[in-house]
Design a protein around this ligand. Sequence first.
Ligand code: SF4
Length: 354
Amino acid sequence: MLKDDLPRFRRLLLAWYARHRRDLPWRVAPAAPRGAAPEPYHVLLSEAMLQQTQVAAVVPYFLRFLEALPTIEALARADEQVVLRLWQGLGYYSRARNLHAAARMVVGEMRGELPRSVEALLRLPGVGRYTAGAIASIAFDERAPILDGNVIRVLCRLDKVEADPRTPAVTARLWQRAEEVLPRKRVGDFNSALMELGATVCTPRGPKCLLCPVRAFCEAQAAGAAERLPLAAKPKPRPLLRRWTFCVRHGDRYLIEQRPAKGRWASMWQFPTVEAGEAIDPARSLPGVALRDVRPLGEVAHGLTHREYHFAVYTAAADRTADMPGRTWVELAGLGAYPLPRPHIRIAAMLATA
Ligand code: SF4
């Protein structure tokens, strides 16, 4: 159905977007002249933050980040620990490190200007096909398709796709479809409108078909299949990883350690944490530190997409060792200067109220 009347489909969607779009800080203001484009750096930053994260959670981070690092040059110059600190709590920290590396590449090799073509954008660290398409279309109005979770859902419902959209063949088909539906002009607004429709009307559960501007084109709606499409992924088992975390005190300071430069929560700081074993041996549980007076403080569970962590948290005392590489002693009030993974922010809060 969509094939037959694409110009009308585009008009209806763009008109709906003009009336109903949310006013978000990385978009041009609603009162801006038609055709005004947002700052490319703002699009890059917002797209990095929005991967795996809800809009409402991103807004305060985006504003705080821009206040501290208002330009791509400022981001390129910033210390990695500052960038991680600004990202703290958003999770998926590789996004922050990639964003930082991308800014350095843009400033070092591209005279500070983000490229406008998808091919050139794809050279930037952390920029995949979706992000490249979003920057090219939204910041530069290039005719580039995008395919994120929202767009996949909308397209699968419009075309009543009954196959699993995660398979390579269906993904390729959806990319092709996302390109076919694009207008020649106002591409950024059109892509934003598709995503906005998925986020606010064509929602995963309870799509509001009666309010949908493109209902007349929707095969899933006509067949009463909107709610069950796209097909859900089979749930994967998530391994449970058990950890012991020690809040080791000497006087009014606590020992913290920096995580390795690679892997989960890379280069961030934490209370010393080891894989949980059979039973705690205070002399050996924490390499390099003999613990005294080990007592349970509480437990913290932290779920990620592919695994689940369980931290059994203990307080302990120790003699103050000299700072070892990657370890230091800080007062609780001074922890704010260090980027901490979310479970350790919760552990610090437990300590503060203990
Ligand atoms: Fe989604 Fe319903 Fe609109 Fe179809 S009619 S695109 S299912 S909101």
